[in-house]
Design a protein around this ligand. Structure first.
Ligand SMILES: *Cc1c(COP(=O)(O)O)cnc(C)c1O
Length: 409
């Protein structure tokens, strides 16, 4: 055993977060580095979901909308998410998916600046962010101006003028680059534009301070680093100063001030609740609520320090194995994942999976490894990098069985 591996074992023994791993179901023989795509199952979830099915639905039936707190779930769970993202309880609701919520946020943001004719999006962003912004801008009759997500790119897009809102990802899904939320928000607001952040790859991965950064709107998923399960409801953050004025386009009855009044006219609910639309997936909400319990024990700055240690260990091993690292080496610009570039990225990812190292592939040539510091150990990062080196040296990825593409890569 190498001295470096021994050092990782020692760090795990001294890790104040190490017991959190027990809160998750992790299959034997697997080092799970795709928690940035679908987080691992928290042990608290199956029992809670079972109760919702058997007791609340089975026995309580329709009365559970009141008695079991189903109606309040989007706000109650939203308040928990708010505490994770540095927001006030009434500023966050959970409901619908990320894509739908992005649509609501982009339209609401542009409607706050009705005289402006452009929304800025980032080139190379996660596809749904681009497609949704295309759809929203077409509907609004404004330009979708795509720029490089750098200070220079955004500055020049703002200088062109007429920008109503800017949508950026806080952590780039492909490279793992972390953007400076405070500085970019200030830059956008200097031009009197509205700042919308996509937090899919940062919530649960890096500490967030939405209020302190003066963010206008934010949207994030809960099935990545928050471990709420496949297709779990997303969340929307609406800054208090926009409550009552921001108008989202999907004005359904759950976002109404008095949903049971049977009024013919829509009147928005107070707070971020106005961003709800229709009935929510209560079973999935229960999984989300249970998955959030673990965060009460988590010191986010300790989690961040561990995440950086894990990615440092993996990056060092990947560089030793000859990989080009796309993720910034500078901690200030790194999320909680490592992206590597290789011309044979896809079969290497498959060959790693066959050895129990689960990462994923992103077009065109990126191997992506998420590090969920809640349940990974330092030794996992070390071992994953060692196997990566072996897979490349042995060229086992050339085997026929690793070449065929699945639908989900
Ligand atoms: C994962 C992810 C999404 C997911 O959108 P869904 O509507 O949940 O499918 C959106 N944007 C970014 C940046 C993501 O990383």
């Amino acid at each position: 055993m190498s001295a470096q591996r021994d050092e990782c074992v020692r760090r795990d023994a001294a890790d104040p977060l190490s017991s959190l791993r027990e809160e998750f179901v992790l299959p034997d023989g697997v080092i799970y580095l795709a928690g940035n795509s679908l987080g691992a199952l928290p042990r608290s979830v199956p029992g809670r979901v079972g109760d919702v099915l058997e007791k609340e639905w089975g026995q309580g039936l329709v009365g559970s909308w009141n008695a079991a707190g189903w109606w309040e779930a989007p706000r109650r769970i939203g308040a928990r998410v708010a505490s994770l993202v540095g927001a006030e309880p009434a500023e966050v609701v959970v409901g619908d998916g990320t894509s739908a919520n992005l649509f609501k946020a982009v339209v609401a943001g542009m409607r706050l600046r009705p005289d402006r004719r452009a929304v800025v999006g980032e080139r190379g962003n996660f596809p749904t962010d681009l497609y949704i912004t295309d759809g929203a801008s077409e509907l609004l009759g404004v330009e979708h101006r795509r720029v490089d997500p750098t200070v220079e790119g955004i500055t020049s897009a703002l200088a062109e003028g007429d920008v109503g809102a800017v949508l950026l990802s806080h952590v780039d899904y492909r490279t793992g680059t972390l953007r400076d939320m405070r500085a970019l928000t200030a830059l956008v607001q200097e031009h009197d534009a509205v700042m919308i952040w996509d937090l899919c790859h940062s919530v649960g991965a890096v500490p967030l301070e939405l209020s302190r950064c003066n963010v206008d709107f934010a949207v994030g998923c809960t099935y990545k680093y928050l471990n709420a399960g496949p297709g779990a409801p997303a969340f929307t953050y609406v800054a208090t100063r926009h409550h009552g004025t921001a108008r989202q386009p999907l004005t359904g009855w759950h976002g109404h001030a008095a949903p049971f009044s049977a009024a013919d006219a829509y009147h928005p609910a107070p707070g971020a609740s106005a961003f709800l639309s229709g009935s929510q997936p209560i079973v999935a909400d229960a999984a989300l609520e249970a998955s959030l319990e673990v965060w009460e024990q988590v010191d986010q700055s300790a989690l961040r320090a561990k995440s950086l240690a894990l990615t440092d260990i993996f990056i060092e091993g990947a560089r030793a194995a000859g990989f080009e690292v796309l993720t910034p080496l500078d901690h200030a610009h790194r999320g909680s994942q490592v992206a590597l570039r290789h011309p044979h990225a896809y079969p290497i990812v498959r060959a790693l999976a066959a050895r129990g190292i689960v990462g994923d592939f992103r077009e065109p040539d990126v191997l992506r490894f998420g590090f969920a510091a809640l349940y990974l150990r330092h030794v996992d990062a070390y071992d994953a990098a060692s196997v990566l080196g072996e897979v490349v040296r042995s060229e086992e990825w050339r085997e026929e069985r690793f070449q065929a593409r699945s639908t989900v890569t």
